[in-house]
Design a protein around this ligand. Sequence first.
Ligand code: ADP
Ligand code: MG
Length: 742
Amino acid sequence: MDFPDARDRLTWRRPGGILGPVKMPPHPPSPAAASDPFGKELRYLPGVGPHRAELLSRLGLRTVGELLLSPPRRHDDRRERAAVIDLREGQTATVAGRIADVRARRISGFRHLVEVFVADETGMLAAAWFNQPWLADKFVPGERLILTGKVEVWRGRARMSSPEFEILESEDEAAELPDPGRQAACEPSYAELAFGRLVPVYGLTEGLGQRFMRRLVWRSLAYQADAWPEPFTKDFRLGRQLASMPEALRGLHFPEDPAHLAAARRRLAYEELLVLQLVLAQTRRRLVAQGAAGSFPVSEKLDARIRARLPFKLTAAQDRAVTELCRDLAGAEPMNRLLQGDVGSGKTAVAAYACLAVIAGRGQTAFMAPTEVLAEQHHRTLSKMLAGSQVRIAYLAGGLPAAERRRLIAAIAAGEIDLVIGTHAVIQKEVRFRKLALAVLDEQHKFGVEQRLALSRKGPAPHVLVMSATPIPRTLAQAYYADLDLSTLTELPGGPRKVTTRVVTPKSREKVWAFVARRLAAGERAYVIYPAIAESERADLAAAETGFKELSARFGRAKVGLIHGRMRPDAKRAAMERFRSGATQVLVSTTVVEVGLDVPEATVMVVEGAERFGLAGLHQLRGRIGRDRARGKAWCICVAGSLGGEAVSRLRALAKTDDGFKIAEEDFKLRGPGEFLGARQHGLPELRFADLGSDGALLALAKRDAAAIVDADPELVASEHRALGERLARLAAEQKSRAGVA
Ligand code: ADP
Ligand code: MG
């Protein structure tokens, strides 16, 4: 049985009902008629209509499938509805009653109290909220209210402090009464959905209420839960103690008890982890099956020749990474390695080593960076390193004149270039290598998985080395990067940097500039960073430009430079060059310097709007200063406009430690994996149900199962894997439409 379509609406809808009583189809949907829940649009459901459909789509909910897989924010335990007279101190209870009085007042100088008195048939209960004065406006005497919380006794009266609450919409009152008509239509009354059970509380948007959402979800469950395509056989499920899909969907929204909810979450978490691991396992398998674009053993003699080209002796950590990487390059399988290490840990040298090893074996190499600034810097570094050698280097970026670009592309295709350094331009369709054997991606978190794969497709599976200055917490690495081997640079050449980090409010700005002036007088240089999350955001750009004007007025026009993401590349380059040479001593910048500059004289960094940055981002920025140990101290000054609770703990964590891994873990804890990596950046689906902090065992299980499934049936064509295969196909299609990469 399917949803009624729009034509049936008139007969399905009864007067008076937004999601009012509706007759169920005569036969409940049978599991055999499994149909695609993602093909059923919510707007055709009775009682939804175009307006509500639009509101739902703002929540990312367009289909029944999306709705049912979108978990409520929480559940309120309203299994027991207590009468006020029966409340006992210390008990957690749910009470429903009418608001008798609302009082808001200031107590003891700086504390604020909102008190609401709620009466049921048996007595009066108080509810108290501290320091949330805005709540007072929410409560209107005469309205009905449900409270769930812990009972205390205050001045002889039962009271709840900061209980969960729900104000009943006016229709709800009627809905609380049994409704014979509804019962006949085999749909529960609203009272049965919202009381006497664990009640889901959904994330809402203006115009959509809990009542509507609960009924919509309930109705969708009734239509769809049993018909949800089940990707696992019964044996498979039982062996892993996984709930069935109908059980899980019901338990996710309207669980019978907390155990039901936990079982539901576990089932859904397992499935999403499995899908993720299948994607990774398949990717890996395809790469391995293609065979490497060549094996490149490094003899002792070659090793010595390469090292002679490097301007310094490698650190022990770099040596370890080189050893790991040489083992990969010599093998028959293509290397797929992530090199992670803090800003300044010397990843470039390790990458250069890899390139030279491959070039010595007559393979072509590509070295890709996310910004032109960084690509140019790599080009400069490597050209210097290879001066006087026979290695043919080319620089390929967006802004090249057409003729030169054509000439370069032809030379790359003819195999006349050994090392191509550039930006995204390197993975564009027209660029064909004669024999691409190694691809290096710097700052890999800026690239999506899709781009990484696009690069891998450029030849017969080149070796791939990706690099990141944002260390990835262990569980996250296992979940998202299972297809990568990991090398880590654990030390900085020259020892730890001495960067002092301070968090100040805008009030101290005057003092900050005075301090900057003193450092400049001592021959040092300063960055002033403005947030520009998307460079197109006008307001951000305007802030940087205003800052530039103010600082020019203060320090002298000639001494201050400006650089931002929307400048033309040559203008950017010129500004950068003036700062590097010391012609300007203050560089006002949006976050483009994050990955760009290496200027030893820079000792001060002022970050405006610091509360808007992620921890890892700030840590990376800070890595730009204090690079020259001989100069001693460096200062990172975070100017934070609004110091909300989360922003404070974030900035404090940053001030406390210089350990990139600790910071990454902290960031991960505070912001979760999605925010941490940025859904678009890592290009893989966000985890909704799994919690990488506590689902380690489930992840391990999913990983093992994924490996076994892909071993037995690589393309997931066997009948028992078909549903999983379809899930993956849908995922891939979504990603393609998002990434838009050749
Ligand atoms: P990142 O890991 O941030 O990319 P870089 O590769 O840019 O770091 O290296 C940071 C700085 O450290 C560069 O100036 C580089 O020349 C220097 N460097 C790298 N390795 C060593 C080493 N083994 N000894 C001394 N200096 C090094
Ligand atoms: Mg680098």
